[in-house]
Design a protein. Structure first.
Lengths: 335, 274
């Protein structure tokens, strides 16, 4: 019995070794949390060079303002202020009681979108198929409003919409309105591109952070869309409407549209968001999201600050007052 | 729920088969000196983890650990094939409702152990030694990290293993208390890319295909793992057995960052002789 007890004791002690080998949790105090946040961004953020940001100088500015006597709220505010220097809507600090956002990418620009006008004067008699609102405008032009890439549409739903438009005799084309679309899942874009591609098409190129240095990136990888061979396609003209609130997955979608000659982009520049968001947890339980890649068009144009429209059009106050969407009206003239 | 139903269905099927087959001494056997068992068990898994791909915080938690396996032993050798999935929810004392710090782990261990008797001090104390091949895949999901939430540890390793058996009498039955140890020396390991990236912005993104893109063959300096265990086997009716076990499995794997993981597993298994 003594021997058995001895063996159990030895095994228990042996298995307790992990407490020695495994590192303790990093301290959750204010200064360590700040240091970890700064270092996480330093090692992971992808746009320092592109945006010409001296992150070490940022540290020198903010570190003296941090001390262990600060409250969580004070630390959060200071960290959020520091992160906003990155001018990136994909950079968020999530503390539970609040989440920091950078949204100057659209707040500093005209909205170029009035949903009330669209609902009252353009979408009357519309059909809803999943997240896709569609109708036929005067002049025999199809119109689809898609408000968020976070609301996925299925292939079957896309079939319904494309079948409808393909069956209309003399349809001049489709307006795809994605203004105020804040992004979501980019795979919705691929589902759409497959229906209009006639051959393998390079949408954009991406290089990913692969090390802690500011210039540690993978080789550039091309994102190629292959045309569908067994689903309903659309071969006509398409005009895509954009504004500054087109962000993230929506921005990637507009970047991809540039690869297709049958698509024209009309409206305002997109808001941007050209880095793939990635996340890390801080020692106090907060988490931080940040861009971890750089995507550019095949011609090398980096899409982080937005994609330019082919035809820049703004909503005029006079048109808005008269219930007219200047951008839709311009799009209708392009077919 | 479906899982538990399936588990109990299989358990009862094996139990029934074992009772029926064990009572028929005329069943053909290629080597009558061997003892062969199906193993079906259930355990409590207690895990600790420190994964620099998620944070610099230790996580711990408990979960269930069913197991299924096959054992063949004789006077001179011991052979075991064991599949052991565990499903745990890990958290930290710093977690709260506003910002839950939670990592769900699904861990599969597939072990093949082949040991031969190398020393016999007396009829009651025997030492077995040999090799162990182990496949471990630990998929972790930390939803608070959005696109970086999927983290995994994979290792396929081989190394030496040993087991010391001590026969003891309990309730007039010959029971076996055993202590075992295995340490992989050569491993094929894989961890996620830097920042746990999954290429969502690529139409051809293939998470499963990319699982092994960041892999390498390493020795103990990059994948240190130690598995030790105690077990107590108690004979039941018809050569069936009941096995109580405690296993400690620790590993430290280093690629672009390090992960430390430990599992304490307390299990009970039914060994069905056939």
């Amino acid at each position: 019995m003594k021997k058995i007890f001895l063996v159990f004791t030895i095994t228990f002690i042996f298995s307790s070794c992990e407490k020695v080998i495994m590192p303790e949790s990093e301290s959750a105090d204010v200064e360590i949390t700040f240091e970890t946040l700064w270092q996480t961004i330093d090692r992971g953020y992808s746009f320092f060079e592109y945006k010409n940001i001296d992150w070490n100088a940022v540290y020198q500015t903010y570190r003296p303002q941090i001390n262990n006597n600060m409250t969580d709220r004070e630390l959060f505010n200071k960290c959020a202020q520091m992160l906003n220097i990155l001018r990136d809507g994909h950079v968020n600090l999530r503390a539970g009681f609040s989440t920091s956002y950078y949204n100057d990418f659209y707040l500093n620009f005209p909205a170029n979108f009035n949903k009330e006008i669209i609902d009252r004067n353009y979408l009357r008699g519309f059909e809803v198929t999943g997240p896709l609102y569609h109708t036929v405008l005067s002049g025999n032009i199809g119109y689809v409003y898609y408000g968020s890439f976070a609301s996925p549409f299925t292939d079957d739903q896309l079939d319904v919409v494309l079948t409808r438009f393909n069956s209309i005799v003399g349809l001049k084309g489709i307006i795809l309105d994605i203004r105020n679309n804040p992004g979501g899942d980019p795979s919705n874009a691929y589902r759409f591109f497959k229906r209009i591609a006639s051959q393998n098409t390079v949408l954009y190129k991406t290089k990913y952070k692969n090390g802690p240095g500011h210039n540690d990136f993978s080789e550039e990888q091309e994102s190629i869309i292959e045309p569908t061979t067994d689903k309903i396609k659309y071969a006509g003209k398409i005009v895509v409407l954009t504004n500054r609130k087109c962000y993230s997955a929506c921005n990637f979608f507009v970047a991809g549209c540039k690869a297709f000659s049958q698509i024209k982009i009309v409206g305002d520049q997109t808001g941007g968001g050209g880095g793939q968001p990635t996340g890390f947890e801080l020692p106090n339980g907060w988490s931080v999201n940040f861009s971890g890649s750089i995507t550019s068009l095949p011609n090398g144009f980096i899409i982080e600050n937005g994609v330019l429209p082919d035809i820049a059009v703004s909503l005029t106050p006079a048109d808005e007052a008269a219930g007219i969407d200047t951008i839709i009206e311009k799009a209708k003239t392009l077919f | 729920m479906i899982f538990m139903k399936t588990f109990f269905l299989i358990f009862h099927a094996i139990l029934f088969t074992s009772i029926v087959s064990a009572q028929n001494p005329e069943l053909p056997r290629s080597k009558k000196t061997d003892n062969r068992y199906w193993l079906l068990g259930l355990g409590l898994s207690i895990q600790n983890m420190y994964d620099e791909g998620i944070s610099y915080v230790r996580y711990k938690g408990t979960g269930v650990a069913p197991s299924i396996g096959f054992i063949k032993n004789s006077e001179k050798k011991y052979c075991q094939f064991l599949l052991q999935p565990t499903f745990n929810k890990l958290t930290t004392e710093r977690s709260n409702e506003l910002r839950p710090m939670e990592v769900r782990t699904t861990r599969f261990v597939l072990d093949y152990q082949y040991l031969v008797r190398v020393k016999e001090w007396n009829e009651k104390l025997k030492l077995y030694a040999g090799g162990n091949a182990s496949l471990l895949f630990n998929l972790k999901r930390a939803e608070q990290l959005d696109n970086s939430q999927l983290v995994y540890d994979y290792t396929l390793s081989i190394g030496p293993a040993a087991k010391l058996d001590k026969t003891v009498r309990l309730n007039k039955r010959e029971c076996v208390a055993a202590i075992g140890l295995s340490v992989p020396l050569l491993s094929h390991i894989a961890r996620p890319y830097y920042l746990n990236r999954i290429e969502f912005i690529d139409p051809k993104n293939d998470f499963l295909g990319d699982l092994f893109s960041n892999s390498s063959v390493v020795t103990v300096n990059k994948n240190f793992r130690i598995t030790s265990g105690l077990s107590f086997t108690y004979p039941l009716f018809n050569k069936n057995e009941l096995k109580l076990g405690y296993t400690w499995d620790f590993y430290k794997m280093t690629t672009i960052n390090s992960v430390y993981a430990a599992e304490h597993l307390i299990s009970i298994a039914f060994l069905s002789n056939y």
